[in-house]
Write a protein that binds this ligand. Structure first.
Ligand code: MN
Length: 220
């Protein structure tokens, strides 16, 4: 049976294929094996990176078995349990990516600015392996901007990549509509990007699948 290090390496193949490490300062992931061995002795980390690629999105990453499982969330994680945020599964990233911030050169994969928007530790509720496989991961976050219970639920929306919905659980960390979205998602500093449509739409309605999935997820 492959140990976490080997499994991690295999899961990072796509990540490495998409990038030219002579041109981007993103971590290659080659140096992460030592840390993987210690995984059991410490808390699992999570990071949310605000990525101003061709389309602004938030990259949500959870450490699991030696890599960062990753989802691109076009509207960011909302604190309102009624919001179901599309989260497109993307390739695993190396653990070292959790500390990456800076500019990916234009023309390279995901070209644009990356900020660390939130980070901290996370813990699965129940069996995370099962949850990831069957498409319902329940977990808790302990970050600066995002805490408490969350759900990632797999959808049957068709696309190159698996599409999930990211939802806040109902607890003391939850917030309603306006508070949950505009301010906390970091959109307030970009007035031209305020999600006006969503404010008038029924809050519980799931987002529709993007028109062009390949375009939507490119550069995540
Ligand atoms: Mn991205």
């Amino acid at each position: 049976m492959a140990d976490a290090g080997h499994r991690g390496k295999a899961r990072l193949k796509k990540y490495a294929q998409k990038r030219n490490f002579k041109k981007t300062a993103e971590p290659s992931g080659k140096a992460s094996t030592a840390r993987q061995a210690k995984t059991k002795a410490r808390q699992l980390i999570f990071v949310i990176q605000k990525h101003a690629a061709r389309r602004l999105h938030w990259d949500f990453r959870l450490e699991w078995q030696g890599t960062l499982r990753s989802w691109a969330v076009p509207k960011g994680p909302s604190l309102d349990p009624a919001d179901r945020r599309l989260a497109v599964e993307v390739e695993d990233h190396p653990i070292a990516y959790a500390k990456f911030a800076g500019d990916i050169p234009k023309g390279e994969y995901g070209g644009g600015h990356v900020d660390i928007w939130d980070n901290g530790s996370w813990k699965p509720i129940g069996d995370a392996d099962k949850g990831l496989k069957k498409g319902h991961l329940e977990f808790e976050l302990a970050g600066k901007k995002r805490g408490g219970g969350w759900h990632l639920v797999g959808t049957r929306m068709q696309g190159k990549q698996q599409q999930w919905l990211l939802m806040k659980g109902k607890d003391e960390f939850a917030r309603m509509a306006a508070d949950a979205d505009v301010i906390d998602a970091g959109l307030a500093d970009q007035p031209n990007r305020l999600p006006k449509a969503e404010k008038t739409a029924p809050a519980a309605k799931a987002e529709s699948a993007p028109k062009s999935r390949s375009a939507r997820t490119k550069g995540s």
